[in-house]
Design a protein around this ligand. Structure first.
Ligand code: TYD
Length: 245
């Protein structure tokens, strides 16, 4: 399962990604936590180029897009794809939606190109769950104060307003996988909401695997129920009963 965290810089998504990874690992779930750009040797090198602001001349928007895409292509091939094949949970701090929001809505590059480039970089992998941590721009800026802005964070308020519009458009377009979370709530409350949604999704995944294969990756069917205990929805209960009989 691929879970992505999105939002503007300073929204708190990285802390939430880490809290979720720790929680899943505590439950003995194989969990990979990566950030974009980064996560492989090549990708971390690209991160330095694209974020540390030491390139002498301004990076052209199309070059920026392709650098983020190159970083992602390597991360997918080297880390994400193999982990998903092993049925690990992959948590990605930013993914393809960042490119649509920042390079598409922020920089104004054509969305059709970005979608094609995203598809090339991911090989068609789409997140199962995306948490968009929504905070007012002023709160995000305040949280970042004193941390030293990288090249992207030094962008204008207008830029970030466009990025936020992009995220909202994405959330509307993909309500099946997007969850917009109020980032002004406490860290614990946000984590609680996210964790419940992840467990619900994992329950669905495992139930689906049970219906089609009878078992998933060697997990006996009885153990699959462990993931649905927390869930109170009527369909889940009905399905659990059907499986038990
Ligand atoms: P991130 O590491 O999340 O920075 P922070 O920890 O400060 O939130 O992201 C790095 C920056 O790169 C962030 O400003 C967003 C930007 N970015 C893009 O513009 N396009 C992309 O495709 C990705 C993945 C990130």
């Amino acid at each position: 399962m691929l879970i992505t965290f999105e939002g503007i810089d300073g929204c708190g998504k990285s802390s939430q990604a880490k809290l979720l990874a720790d929680r899943l690992r505590d439950m003995q779930v194989e969990t990979i936590l990566v950030r974009e750009p980064g996560g492989t040797d090549l990708s971390e090198n690209i991160r330095t180029i694209v974020l540390d602001g030491k390139i002498n001349s301004p990076i052209a928007p199309a070059a920026e897009l392709l650098l983020f895409a190159a970083s992602r292509a390597q991360l997918v091939k080297e880390v994400i794809e193999p982990a998903l094949k092993r049925n690990a949970v992959v948590i990605c701090d930013r993914f393809t939606d960042s490119t649509i929001a920042y390079q598409g809505y922020g920089r104004g590059l054509p969305l059709a190109y970005i979608r094609t480039i995203n598809d090339l970089a991911t090989g068609g992998i789409v997140p199962d769950l995306t948490f968009l941590i929504d905070v007012p721009l002023e709160l995000a800026i305040n949280r970042r104060k004193g941390m030293g802005d990288d090249r992207m964070e030094a962008e204008s308020r207008i830029f970030f307003n466009h990025v936020m519009q992009g995220y909202m458009a994405l959330a509307q377009k993909h309500p099946d996988r997007f969850h917009v979370i109020d980032g002004a709530d406490s860290m614990e409350d946000i984590h609680h909401v996210i964790y419940r949604l992840v467990e619900y999704e994992r329950g669905n995944d495992l139930r689906h695997a049970h219906h089609t294969n009878g078992a998933i990756a060697g997990v006996p069917a009885t153990e699959l129920f462990a993931y649905s205990f927390d869930v109170t929805s009527a369909t889940m209960v009905a399905d659990t009963e059907a499986l038990a009989s």
